[in-house]
Design a binder for this molecule. Structure first.
Ligand code: ADE
Length: 317
C-alpha cells in the first residue's frame, strides 16, 4: 500500500470509479445515528451492474457536523476503497458530487452486534439460559421477544470472525482504534462485518499513530497506553478485541460495571482486570487475559488469536 494524499487530482480520478448517481438512491429509514453522522437504509437502482434494486446502507453527515467530521468521512471513504474481506464492511459506491458525501455500503440485516447480543439469549446444553439474557441498567433481567437463541459455539464463531477481520486490517497496516461490539455489524447467516472506520488510521510504515487532541473513544475499550499517551497500534486494537470478547460472552453487558471511567487507568496499571464472566469458556478467558497484558508486545497477534479460536471451534464439532 502506498500512502494516500488526501485530495490530489489522482484521488479525485479514483473517486469516479466509485461514483453512483444520487438520483438512483431511494432513502428509507435511519438505521443508526451518531452525534454527527447517520446511517440510512436505502435501495439503489442498478448498483454494481445488478439489475433492479439492491438493499444498501448509506453513511452520511448530519447538518451540524464540523469540517473535521467531514474529513473523517472522507478518510473513511479512502480507507474503505482498499479493503476487501468477508468480515469487513464492503464499500459499494459513493456520491461525492453535487451534494453531501454519501458512502454506500453493504446492508447488514441484523444491525449492530451490541443490540443483536442484547436481544439474544444463550442456549447451553440444550436449554435456554434466561439468566444470561441482557440485564437492564437497574439489573432487572429482561427477556426480549423475537431475539436469537445463541450457543457458545455461535459466540466462539463471532470471536473468530472478528479476529479474522482484524487480522486482515492489521496485515494491510490499518489500526481501527474504535473496535467495540457497537461497531461490528451482523449480516444474514450470522456473518459479522467490522465497521465504523471513521477513526481508523493508515499507519504506513510507522507502528504507532499519535492521536491529536480529540478524545472521542470510550475509555473502557482503550488500552492503557492509549489512555495515557494516545498511542494506537494493532496491539491496542488487540486490547479492545479482548473487551469485545467480554461483550460477546456477557451478551452485550457494559464493561467494568460500577467502575467510573476516571478510575480505570490506575486500576489497570495496578493489575486489575475483569473476572471471567459466567458461562465463559476457560480458553476464551485465557485469550482475554492475553489481550489485556500491560506490555503491548506481550499481547498476541490477531493471527494467533484466529488460529486458537479456529482450533477450539474444530474441537467442538
Ligand atoms: N447500521 C449501521 N450500518 C449498517 C449497515 N451497513 N447495515 C445495517 N445496519 C447498519
Amino acid at each position: 500500500r502506498t500512502p494516500k494524499q488526501p485530495f490530489t487530482s489522482s484521488t479525485r480520478q479514483e473517486d469516479l470509479k466509485w461514483e453512483f448517481p444520487r438520483e438512483n438512491l431511494y432513502l428509507e429509514e435511519a438505521l443508526g445515528e451518531g452525534e454527527f453522522g447517520v446511517v440510512m437504509k436505502a435501495k439503489a437502482k442498478g448498483l454494481a451492474g445488478q439489475e433492479g434494486y439492491m438493499q444498501v446502507a448509506i453513511k452520511m453527515l448530519k447538518h451540524c457536523s464540523t469540517p473535521s467530521e467531514e474529513q473523517d468521512l472522507w478518510s473513511e471513504f479512502n480507507l474503505l476503497k482498499d479493503v476487501t474481506h468477508p468480515n469487513v464492511i464492503r464499500l459499494l459506491g459513493a456520491c461525492t458530487k453535487e451534494g453531501p458525501l454519501y458512502l454506500i455500503v453493504e446492508y447488514c440485516a441484523n444491525g449492530c452486534l451490541l443490540n443483536y447480543l442484547r436481544n439474544s439469549c444463550l442456549e447451553e446444553k440444550g436449554y435456554v439460559n434466561q439468566h444470561v439474557c441482557y440485564k437492564t441498567p437497574n439489573n432487572n433481567k429482561e427477556i426480549r421477544q423475537n431475539g436469537e437463541t445463541l450457543t457458545i459455539r455461535d459466540l466462539l464463531s463471532f470471536a473468530w470472525q472478528i479476529a479474522k477481520g482484524m487480522r486482515y486490517l492489521s496485515d494491510i497496516k490499518l489500526v481501527h482504534r474504535d473496535l467495540a461490539a457497537r461497531n461490528v455489524l451482523v449480516a444474514a447467516g450470522k456473518h459479522l462485518k467490522i465497521s465504523d472506520f471513521g477513526l481508523t488510521r493508515d499507519i504506513y510504515e510507522a507502528d504507532a499513530y499519535l492521536k491529536k487532541s480529540r478524545g472521542r473513544i470510550p475509555v473502557k475499550w482503550m488500552a492503557p497506553e492509549s489512555l495515557y499517551a494516545q498511542i494506537y497500534t494493532t496491539k491496542s486494537d488487540v486490547w479492545s478485541y479482548g473487551i469485545v470478547l467480554w461483550e460477546l460472552v456477557t451478551l452485550g453487558a457494559s464493561p467494568y460495571p460500577g467502575i467510573p471511567p476516571e478510575r480505570l487507568y490506575s486500576l489497570l496499571v495496578g493489575g486489575y482486570r475483569m473476572d471471567r464472566p459466567e458461562h465463559c469458556p476457560e480458553e476464551m478467558y485465557a485469550v482475554m487475559q492475553k489481550c489485556w497484558k500491560i506490555d503491548p508486545q506481550d499481547r498476541p497477534k490477531f493471527r494467533a488469536i484466529a488460529d486458537i479460536l479456529d482450533r477450539i471451534l474444530q474441537e467442538k464439532t
